[in-house]
Ligand binder design. Structure first.
Ligand code: ZN
Length: 188
């Protein structure tokens, strides 16, 4: 068999992610299928000139973190076997250590952002863009105004360490962040 085309690799990762996230929903009030989020992250990356490996990692970025309670969790080794070292490595950089308390993980994201590879920085920035859009369009029903303000502010602090690799992505984050903050200010 000839080596897979970029389109075939992309679709294989999309199907893999769709299967892993088949029963997962977004936290927002509209409870969108989780796969919508990873497709959006990959789209943002592809539309802003990110390399193919980063786009693939965008599709796969939550498969390890969000399958930890599944009968067959996705392991980093499985991602290496299916998609190669580079893609698996980017996913690994974008995966939080879930054994740590949530507040520690959030603080670590701010501190470790500047140390990530360029591809992981782009992926994490696209992830934050998608999450800020979701907070604006369909916030979780039980998230008070103050909690949403705190979340958007935290995303902005993580983004400080992620910028400087891809100016178009930096600009999109800025616009999305400003829009999210403006909406929250209007609500207050
Ligand atoms: Zn994500």
């Amino acid at each position: 068999m000839s080596p897979p085309t970029p389109e075939a690799r992309l679709l294989r990762a999309a199907v893999f992610a769709a299967r892993v996230h088949a029963t997962h929903k977004r936290k927002g009030a509209s409870a969108e299928p989780y796969v919508n989020h990873v497709l959006e992250v990959a789209q943002i990356l592809a539309e802003h000139g990110a390399p193919e490996e980063a786009v693939l990692a965008g599709l796969l970025h939550d498969t390890v973190e969000d399958s930890d309670e599944d009968p067959e969790p996705v392991t980093p080794a499985r991602l290496v076997a299916e998609f190669g070292e580079v893609v698996a490595g980017i996913v690994g950089e974008a995966t939080d250590d879930k054994s740590l308390p949530k507040e520690t993980r959030k603080a670590l994201q701010v501190r470790q952002a500047p140390k990530k590879s360029d591809a992981a920085k782009m992926l994490k920035l696209a992830d934050k863009i998608s999450n800020l859009r979701a907070i604006s369009a369909s916030p979780p029903a039980n998230w008070e105004h103050a909690r949403r303000v705190e979340y958007v502010g935290w995303a902005g602090r993580v983004a400080v360490g992620l910028k400087g690799v891809n100016p178009a992505l930096d600009a999109l984050f800025e616009a999305t962040y400003r829009d999210a903050m403006a909406r929250l200010a209007n609500e207050a």
